[in-house]
Design a protein around this ligand. Structure first.
Ligand code: BYC
Length: 330
C-alpha cells in the first residue's frame, strides 16, 4: 500500500491545509498542478487532496459494481443470443472498471476492505442512477446508451485530471465505454424504428430515466460542495452544470432525431446563449435517492452483501487462511 493511510475524519482544515501542513509544500504542489504535472502516489500531496480523491474515486468504483446490477438482471432475458453475449461482455467490463478504480483509490492509502465496508454500511455513496429498476429490455438499452454517454462526458474530461492513477484508469474506462455507448445506441435505434409496441417501450423507458440522468451530473453549481476545491486541483475538470450542458448538447438532438420525446416541455436550446434551458429536476428526490431512500437502494446493497458473504471463502483461500480450500500459492 502507498501513501499515508487515513486522514482523521475529524480533521479541521484551515483553507486548503490540514494542521501542521507546510504552506510552502502546498505552493509547490499547486505549481506542479498548474504546470500540468501528474501527481503520483508517493508524491507529497495535501491531506485534503487525498481525502477528496479517495471519496470521489471510491464512489466511482462503487458505482461501477452496483451499476452492473440493473443491466445484469437482463442477461438471462436478453432478446436473442447475440444481445445476450454483448450484454454479458458489457456487464463484465463494468465490474472490471470497478477493479481499476479500487486499485487507483488504494494507492491513496485506503484498503479495499474498508471501501467495501463503507459501501455496505451506507457510509460511502454511489451514483444515484443505479437505484432505479430496469423494468423492461428498453431500460437496459437506455442505460447502455445514455448513462454510458453521460459517464463518458464526465470521464473524458476528468481523464485529463491531475492524479496519475485515476487519470490512467479513466483513459482505459472511456475506451471501453465508447463500445458500450455504440451497443446501447444500436439497441435504442432498433426499438425506436421497430413496431409500435417497441417504440412505446423505449419511449416509456426514456421518460422513466430522464430525471435520474439529469441528476447524474450532480447538484447545480451554486449548491455543489466539492467543485471548488476539486477544480482548483484539477480532479474535476469542469463544473456539474457545464457537464450537464455538454451532455444535453450532444444527446438531446440525437434523441429527438429518433422521433422520441423527453418529459420536459421547457427543454430547448437558447440559440443566443448557446445554453440549454430545462426544468430543474427535483433535487429533493435526488437527495433522498443518494442518501439511501431510492426505489432500489436496499435491494442493491442486499445483493452486494450476499456477494460479499458468498465470496468470503474465495478471498480466505487466496489469502491462504486456514480453510479447507486454501490454495498453495508459493
Ligand atoms: N450520485 O459537491 P458535489 C457508470 C453527491 S458509473 C450520487 O457536486 P462532487 C456505469 C456527492 O458525492 C460512473 N451522489 O460532489 C456503470 C456529494 O456527497 P458527499 C459514475 C452524488 O464530487 C455501470 C454531494 O452529492 N460516475 O458510468 O463535486 C453501468 C454534493 O455533490 C451524485 C462517477 O462516479 C450522484 N450523481 O461532484 C453503466 C463520476 N452527484 O460525497 C454505467 C465520478 C453528487 O459529500 N464522480 N453526489 O456525501 C464525479 O465526477 C463527481 O463526484 C460528481 C459529483 C460529478 C458525481
Amino acid at each position: 500500500m502507498y501513501g499515508s493511510a487515513y486522514i482523521d475524519p475529524n480533521t479541521q482544515f484551515e483553507g486548503y491545509l490540514a494542521p501542521g501542513e507546510d504552506p510552502a509544500l502546498l505552493a509547490e504542489f499547486e505549481a506542479r498542478i498548474a504546470a500540468g504535472d501528474k501527481i503520483e502516489p508517493r508524491d507529497w500531496m495535501p491531506a485534503l487532496y487525498r481525502k477528496q480523491l479517495i471519496r470521489m474515486i471510491e464512489q466511482h468504483a462503487h458505482s461501477e459494481i452496483i451499476g452492473a446490477l440493473p443491466e445484469g438482471t437482463w442477461i438471462t432475458r436478453a432478446p436473442g443470443f447475440r444481445r445476450k453475449l454483448a450484454l454479458m461482455a458489457k456487464v463484465q467490463d463494468e465490474v472490471g472498471h470497478a477493479q481499476l478504480l479500487y486499485n487507483a483509490a488504494e494507492t491513496l492509502g485506503k484498503s479495499r476492505e474498508d471501501m467495501i465496508n463503507d459501501l455496505l454500511t451506507g457510509k460511502s455513496k454511489y451514483s444515484n442512477v443505479f437505484n432505479y429498476p430496469a423494468m423492461t429490455w428498453a431500460d437496459s438499452a437506455v442505460i447502455a446508451w445514455l448513462i454510458d454517454a453521460a459517464a463518458i462526458v464526465n470521464q473524458l474530461a476528468n481523464s485529463k485530471g491531475s492524479y496519475g492513477p485515476y487519470s490512467r484508469a479513466l483513459d482505459r474506462i472511456c475506451a471501453e465505454e465508447s463500445f458500450h455507448l455504440k451497443y446501447g445506441h444500436d439497441n435504442v435505434v432498433f426499438l425506436a424504428t421497430g413496431t409500435p409496441k417497441q417504440r412505446q417501450m423505449v419511449q416509456e423507458a426514456l421518460t422513466r430515466w430522464w430525471e435520474p440522468i439529469m441528476h447524474f451530473f450532480g447538484p447545480p453549481d451554486n449548491v455543489s460542495q466539492h467543485t471548488e476545491v476539486l477544480m482548483r486541483w484539477k480532479v474535476k475538470m469542469d463544473t456539474n452544470d457545464n457537464m450537464r450542458q455538454m451532455f444535453l448538447n450532444m444527446y438531446v438532438p440525437k434523441i429527438w432525431d429518433l422521433g422520441l420525446s423527453l418529459p420536459d416541455p421547457d427543454l430547448r436550446k437558447n440559440e443566443e446563449t448557446g445554453k440549454w434551458e430545462y426544468t430543474e429536476p427535483n433535487w429533493e428526490t435526488f437527495k433522498q435517492v443518494i442518501n439511501g431512500h431510492g426505489p432500489c437502494n436496499a435491494e442493491r446493497l442486499a445483493v452486494r452483501r450476499m456477494a460479499e458473504e458468498k465470496g468470503r471463502w474465495v478471498r480466505r483461500a487466496i489469502l491462504k487462511e486456514n480453510t479447507p480450500y486454501a490454495i498453495p500459492l508459493s
